[in-house]
Design a binder for this molecule. Sequence first.
Ligand code: PRP
Length: 221
Amino acid sequence: MTAPLIIAVPKGRILDEALPLLARAGIEPDAEFHDKKSRALRFATNQPGTSIIRVRAFDVATFVAHGAAQIGIVGSDVIEEFDYSQIYAPVDLNIGHCRLSVAEPVETASEDEAAMSHVRVATKYPHLTRRHYEAQGIQAECVKLNGAMELAPSLGLSRRIVDLVSSGATLKANGLVETSVIMQISARLIVNRAAFKMRAAEIVPLVERFRNAVGAGNAAA
Ligand code: PRP
């Protein structure tokens, strides 16, 4: 019997864009996936032997890196933050566009960072934050949060935050402005490297279907 194929998708905003893409690639989760009351985390699909799991974005990378899921959809921010050697990211899905930025209160945003040797930053991205500041010769002390980073400056946890920015509405609502962009982000298809080799007969055509689904989406836009 063939082992099940598990596709990990992230909860949250990317999912709304990822579902039509999955459908164009021929994969549709069962009705329970769309039932908001359901507490299930693993769902059957229209493809026999293929299941979808719905987890937090950072956990998509962890499930795929460890081979618990063979394929996933996740932002390039998460891929770079973890830098797992076991993850291969063959397709830019052209969805989930946003950026990773430094932001701080409007009142202090004009102060020159270049003169500083040390900054304190609240973020979910300690690795990318340290790397960004190291490149400028600045040591970043990161306070790890898992959400609501925008609260940190007003409550005295840190003056700066590094977080995702899409429309900019969350920063604005919390009196913050973007002071630099660390990276532009889009969602990628990721594959566990070992699975890609061992189960090439199943996974290579599937990756190709995603590639074509992105092309079809671009043509329709
Ligand atoms: C993200 C991010 C910001 C917000 C930015 O959070 O962490 O808080 O979106 O978007 P905007 O620029 O359009 O306002 P999300 O709502 O995805 O939830 P999360 O805090 O669970 O990551």
